[in-house]
Design a protein around this ligand. Sequence first.
Ligand SMILES: Cc1cc2nc3c(=O)[nH]c(=O)nc-3n(C[C@H](O)[C@H](O)[C@H](O)COP(=O)(O)OP(=O)(O)OC[C@H]3O[C@@H](n4cnc5c(N)ncnc54)[C@H](O)[C@@H]3O)c2cc1C
Length: 323
Amino acid sequence: MADTKIDLLVIGAGIAGLLAARELVDKHGLRVAIFDKSRGVGGRMATRRDGDASYDHGAQFFSVTNPRFKTWVDQWLDQRVVKLWFEQFGDEPPMMRYAALPSMTAVAKKLVDGLELHRQSKITSASRESGEWILKTEDGNTFRGQRLLINAPVPQALEILDAGGVSLPSEDDAFLRSIRYAKTIAAMAELDGPSGLPAPGRLKLNPPEPIQWMADNQQKGISALPAVTIHSGHDFAEKYFDAPDDERLPLLVEAAKPHLQANILSVKGHRWKFAHRLTEHDRDFYANAGLGLWMAGDSFHAPKVEGAAMSGLLAADDIAASV
Ligand SMILES: Cc1cc2nc3c(=O)[nH]c(=O)nc-3n(C[C@H](O)[C@H](O)[C@H](O)COP(=O)(O)OP(=O)(O)OC[C@H]3O[C@@H](n4cnc5c(N)ncnc54)[C@H](O)[C@@H]3O)c2cc1C
């Protein structure tokens, strides 16, 4: 493929990267190219289909506190891209929890419409040459652009920059390398009948080991068949992350069984290496305007969907101001 020259290269088609790209293309007319290693879009707002069973196996819902994010969510509600999943649960404080329609990837699918997206394009390095960024993909393609926005979790972003020989000011480097994540293992289980999980189809467990969360994808309206997502606790995931599925999934299934009224017919697994940011800090994004480099996503702002979204939007403002 021939080299392509663009204003902004965006790594990551999760909520942060797509909102940033959307604003910079629509409001500021930048030429933007987005790269994602996956076949689909949405990153950790993820859905897996297995026959007639469907699972949201990453983010389960999102909340809204920021008026700017609310404007986007109101638009998605009007367009029936998202729905209110539930507001009240047990004695938890009331809060609107939104889910996408028909499943979590829908928001990203809506946002990416009309944008230049390179799917299945894993970026292996980003380097600087003659004032430009050069991205190399795993399958040997090269892309050039004036600016770079990386929305992968920061540990992955640093791998890309390290491979390209990019060095950052030592204070920035130390801050970025301090950002840590906890892992989670998702088990996706098809059932022979209704799960029996309390309405609206969720169970939060305390203590959160070995499982912290279960969701009924059929009650949530995603799955035609009874199907639950089981999320492990972070300690369990740390211990079994490299174990084979046939060792770790039966442990999660055994822990889930007492909460289910139906039998588990089959189970599949997914590992989330970067499930939840542990390191607390107050930065909304990272910028090095001299290098034309920005980083956004849930490594900044707050470690959840809304935080990632706001980080992307705020990074986009900063990029627009630099043009
Ligand atoms: C199990 C789980 C449950 C969660 N539950 C909730 C919840 O209920 N509510 C909530 O608000 N949040 C939840 N979260 C967190 C939420 O999903 C994230 O905070 C948010 O989706 C992050 O968005 P992002 O755009 O920053 O990153 P991502 O969605 O991860 O997007 C980053 C993208 O970068 C791509 N990428 C990475 N490296 C490369 C590379 N080298 N080349 C090309 N592409 C690359 C990835 O494929 C990915 O698509 C959960 C997360 C997990 C894992």
